[in-house]
Write a protein that binds this ligand. Structure first.
Ligand code: AFD
Ligand code: MN
Ligand code: MN
Length: 424
């Protein structure tokens, strides 16, 4: 299915008057609205190929319908999202779930939808049917050099696929660790992993980045070999200038101060990529902004503060991606909601009066500091975000149009009721 531009225009026409009224009301009390709008138009979020189908838990999976059956259809799905919001112009692939058999035609298809390829993701957390050695006891940390070698070679394969598609980064998330005390020598596990990552790093093209993603626990429950930002930063520093830490919002222990983590990683020039999602307990992979929208705003506030301090380009200098799993909602609707939540938090954070905040911090005026942050957070920026969409040719209300156009019904007609997408 393709969404014709005139359908978006027709929809926007219908809601134009009401939007104009709301936008002008909000804009009248803000300064530099034009600057904010341009930043919103430029900001693009990568959609993970593994989130286009219904996910599951270890207790079961309730598959949806009309899910993408192959990589082409996954690209088509991200194309639909991008047509509706013009803010999701990239796709992040997972190998071996999405091996492109013909890279140039896949690249051309993505370009037709206005999409580029964000970070490539390797997978050494599962065994594949044709694989010689098992990752049951880890991959890059493994006591057996042959297993480590296999994991390294897989990552080098992933880089090759990425080069063919025009991607420029590799995300390595390892499930390596241990589930019982005594199972691992922590130091040896770290050193084996470092050595393996070094071999992958050596295969990176000059213009590529490597993102080392950490996660506190699961699937291992006693130790994780890249368990937190400290460990990830150790690897990234030892690897070299092309290696960075990737922060996934769901990969911390409860109550971690993620905004402080991103601030310090940016200070060190070592924050490279971001995985958005939301959670109540652990790696819940819920819709962005559905549980803790204020935390998301605070994180964006620190991202902007830290990026501006280093003169970084918000839109292009970090890899912005969603990493979520949609177990009970329509994945496309869920992704539209996530992108909207990201844009809202970004817009709110752009409104923070940074000069006033610095002044209040210097005066130790704690109450004023809180007022300044919450003034921005409590601004209803939805009309601003909608105006940015209008200007970039997207729908004023993407989710509503998705439903009015009966996108899922159309996809079911094309693909069938019983389809299961590859992924977790
Ligand atoms: C995991 C990690 C990692 C990985 C993905 C697999 O966050 O990003 O690529 O999910 O689906 O939890
Ligand atoms: Mn992730
Ligand atoms: Mn995760």
């Amino acid at each position: 299915m393709q969404i014709e531009k005139y359908k978006i225009d027709e929809f926007n026409q219908k809601h134009a008057q009401e939007h104009k009224r709301r936008f002008e009301f909000t804009a009248s009390s803000l300064h530099n609205v034009e600057g904010v709008l341009q930043k919103l138009v430029d900001f693009q979020i990568g959609i993970p190929s593994w989130a286009l189908g219904t996910g599951g838990t270890r207790f079961g999976r309730f598959s949806g319908s009309g899910e993408p059956r192959n990589l082409e259809e996954k690209i088509e799905d991200v194309g639909l999202l991008h047509a509706l919001n013009q803010s999701s112009g990239a796709i992040s692939l997972h190998i071996p779930w999405d091996i492109p058999t013909n890279a140039s035609s896949i690249k051309a298809l993505a370009a037709q939808h206005g999409l580029r390829f964000d970070a490539m993701n390797s997978n050494t957390f599962q065994d594949q049917p044709d694989q010689k050695l098992s990752y049951k006891f880890g991959s890059m940390q493994h006591v057996d050099k042959a297993v480590r070698r296999q994991a390294v070679e897989h990552n080098i394969e992933v880089i090759k696929h990425g080069v063919a598609l025009g991607s420029d980064s590799l995300t390595v998330w390892l499930s390596d660790g241990s589930s019982f005390p005594g199972q691992l020598n922590f130091r040896k596990a770290f050193q084996n992993t470092l050595e393996s990552l070094q071999e992958v790093y050596a295969a990176l093209p000059d213009n590529w980045k490597m993102f080392v993603e950490y996660k506190a626990f699961e699937p291992n429950f006693y130790s994780t070999t890249v368990g937190d930002w400290g460990q990830s930063l150790l690897y990234a520093n030892k690897l070299g200038p092309k290696a960075y830490t990737l922060v996934d919002l769901g990969h911390h222990l409860p109550n971690a101060n993620i905004e402080q983590i991103v601030s310090l990683l940016l200070m060190e020039g070592k924050l490279g990529g971001f995985h958005f999602n939301d959670s109540k307990y652990g790696d819940d992979d819920l819709t962005v902004g559905s549980i803790k929208p204020y935390q998301l705003f605070l994180i964006f506030h620190e991202l902007i503060e830290g990026m501006d301090a280093r003169g970084m380009n918000h839109a292009t200098d970090l890899g912005w991606m969603i990493d979520a799993s949609h177990n009970i909602k329509d994945p496309l609707e869920d992704l539209l909601q996530s992108v909207e939540a990201i844009m809202i938090a970004y817009a709110q954070a752009l409104l923070v009066d940074r000069k006033a905040l610095t002044g209040a911090q210097q005066q130790n005026d704690v109450a004023r500091c809180q007022e300044i942050l919450q003034e921005a957070y409590r601004t209803d920026v939805r009309p601003i975000v909608a105006e940015a969409r209008l200007r970039s040719g997207a729908a004023l209300r993407p989710l509503q149009l998705f439903r009015e156009l009966k996108v899922r019904e159309n996809l079911i007609n094309e693909r069938g009721l019983k389809t299961v997408a590859t992924g977790l």
